[in-house]
Design a protein around this ligand. Sequence first.
Ligand code: WTA
Length: 656
Amino acid sequence: MSSQIDHLLDENRRFAPDPAFAANAVAKPELYERAKADREGFWADQSRELLDWSTPFTEVLDWSNPPFAKWFADGSLNVAYNCLDRHVEAGNGDRVALYFEGEPGDSRAVTYAELTDEVKRLANVLTDLGIGEGDRVALYLPMIPEAVASMLAVARIGAVHSVVFGGFSADSLRSRIDDAGAKLVITADGGYRKGNVSPLKPAVDQALEDRGGLGPQATVEHVLVVKRGGNDIDWVEDRDIWYHDVVPQASAEHTAQAFPAETPLFILYTSGTTGKPKGILHTSGGYLTQAAFTHRNVFDLHPESDVYWCTADIGWITGHSYVVYGPLANGATQVLYEGTPEFPAPGRWWDVIEKYKVTIFYTAPTAIRGFMKQGRQIPQARDLSSLRLLGSVGEPINPEAWIWYREVIGAGKTPIVDTWWQTETGAIMVSALPGITETKPGSAQVALPGISIDVVDEKGEQVGNGNGGLLVITEPWPSMLRGIWGDPDRFVETYWSMFQDNGYYFAGDGARLDEDGDIWFLGRVDDVMNVSGHRLSTAEIESALVAHEATAEAAVVGASDETTGQAVVAFVILKESFLRENSAEGLANDLRAWVGQQIGPIARPRDVYIVGELPKTRSGKIMRRLLRDVAEGREVGDTTTLADTAVMSVISAQVR
Ligand code: WTA
């Protein structure tokens, strides 16, 4: 990490806001002063201004039982009404909500009136299927308008959605459905990816197989299936229902009922430092307030004229907050694209920007680095002149990628907002505000108005400008997670025990404050990896590896990778009997494929090294730091705390 810090210290390019942009910017510098003077009052104002409350709240924050926060608790609202009906009532029903672009080239525009109509019908269908307030509904869908409608219909009736990324395996889906105790699964036959139909329904069938005992098959009553891929699928009578058989026929009359602000809105599973993914719980009023506020101010949204595009899948938090809730609450017009950037050829994304005249574009550094590799001639062959703001999320953006993004995609003039946040924070926490902040390539800059961030040492003492440490959030914020589904102890332990005395939220990220107090993120300090902007846990992949019959022991590290940020590298000790009968290379390939099946293709290790031993301390803890040195081709660091100091030279030799 020290070479990275040195490199960032050399970065001294500065980009002042363009005065013309600033003159018309949504965010005003007064926001900072207002929030500083009265943080809770500031959020109350934002909430009243941005949302429609059926019962206005009188209380802003209840922090009487930390770390369990309540925001706007005596107010009530309907989240879907805020994202749909009110825009139609205000006369904007004909405004396009979604420009859907399918990977095969099919497209359709869905207006606010049409989306509202679809969500009302679907809400009636869900109610008919026995789904009510507090029930959990799992979604396993491609990036199609029905996915957005499903999330909103679930929210509309006060139920709780749990979206599972379509790239996750049947086993991952099974454990998520099971943990949430979902009653209904909404899926599609399949969706388009890289020119083929990637099946989804078969994974749902597999996830719901009866394996004896209690399991998801016991709680799930129905599977609602959208036809998208046209692929052949199996059908379970009485359980499976075609979406097109019930939704168009359902009544489009549906009055949204208001629910208290702390009504659970969704659960989203994310990787932590243990093998079991945690179900991050978000609620309604505070979440929607901060999603809408950040979407409007960070992206400088002018809903009547902008065309916004966030490339994230709805299976991730970015898709929740910046494809569904933030943009729709703000009445934005946005692009929803189903497929990958390379289909049918590199440059598809730039075609989409040209076609819809996208003005605001939000993507991840890993994608930008991929485009850099392909060369600037590909975007330069398209007309990208509609773009006026670019955003980045998911991992630190290196200055080279930042500059390329601005020069090549942003014609050397668009502001760039590097936005730091997490599944747990629900919405953006650290970012430049366009038109206000002078930006520095590689720095996420400053906490947003109303957000209290600090960088501290392990004792919780401020490190001060010019120093590095751990990022903490020092005051509760509206869109903060309300807990881990079914596991309040793990919630307290994971995020709040490290700085218990100070009451700080520990984010798990290392960060440095420069001389001006701007924040530079340095990556995770725990056993969470970040591969192409996706969170993966070393423990989760290790447990998948040891579940294979050939594996005796496994250790996984995240090694830096030019394109994906980090890559999964596994060190595996095989059982003697398997090594005798198979080639090490064949087994390594089997294990890569196995992890892909167990968790999903994103978790498949880039490298699997078969080794004879793993470096352990005297107390038996695996020293991943040393394995990372090997994986990154560096000289191995200090080995003095190892039980057997010779083991690293053996491993290095085996890896070579
Ligand atoms: C990392 C994604 C640096 C960070 C919204 C965080 C970032 C984790 C940035 C959360 C950024 C996200 N700069 N690091 N702009 N954005 N991260 O839950 O390590 O998928 O803790 O949320 O991604 O990942 P998650």
